[in-house]
Design a protein around this ligand. Structure first.
Ligand code: HEC
Length: 135
């Protein structure tokens, strides 16, 4: 009986660990982050992360309607992502309704949530980080 209980608890613990690992990897923003860090994403030759380390400065991209990248205007986040894929990563544009694009967009939007005041630890440079400024 004792052995059975121990085994049962071990099985439950294992199931919980698996469920957590499974859930985390299957969040769209987690998959998008993996694409963001992958130099071979969309057949490119460098990662998005090499120019946008940890998505820095993309925090507002999730709410913007117009993007100015390398002198050209893009009218949606999807267009901006494809513009960088083609012109910066030297890869091939991906369909706007593809899972890869949805995951990438989810990751970029998550950057904005993380930078917003009140979300977890304040991001470096975000309002409220460190000493107050009296400007
Ligand atoms: C060779 C460097 C380079 C690479 C690689 C690159 N980008 Fe960019 N990206 C830029 C530059 C330059 C801009 C123009 C705005 C700026 O200076 O941040 C930009 C702008 C953007 C913007 C618009 C930001 C805004 O708020 O206007 C998005 C979104 C973006 N990149 C996503 C990506 C994604 C996704 C990838 C990978 C597929 C990627 N970038 C790869 C250089 C790069």
């Amino acid at each position: 009986m004792r052995t059975f209980k121990v085994l049962l608890i071990a099985a439950i613990a294992l199931a919980m660990v698996c469920a957590t690992a499974f859930a985390v990897k299957h969040l769209p923003e987690e998959r998008g982050k993996a694409h963001f860090n992958n130099p071979e994403f969309a057949e490119g030759n460098k990662s998005c992360n090499s120019c946008h380390p940890n998505g820095k400065k993309l925090e507002r991209a999730g709410t913007k309607k117009e993007f100015r990248i390398m002198g050209k205007t893009q009218n949606s986040l999807e267009e901006a992502v494809n513009f960088c894929i083609v012109n910066a990563n030297k890869g091939k544009a991906i369909p706007e309704d593809s899972d890869e694009m949805k995951d990438m967009v989810a990751y970029i939007k998550s950057l904005g949530r993380k930078a917003a005041p009140g979300y977890g630890a304040p991001a470096y440079g975000a309002p409220g980080y460190g000493a107050p400024s009296y400007k």
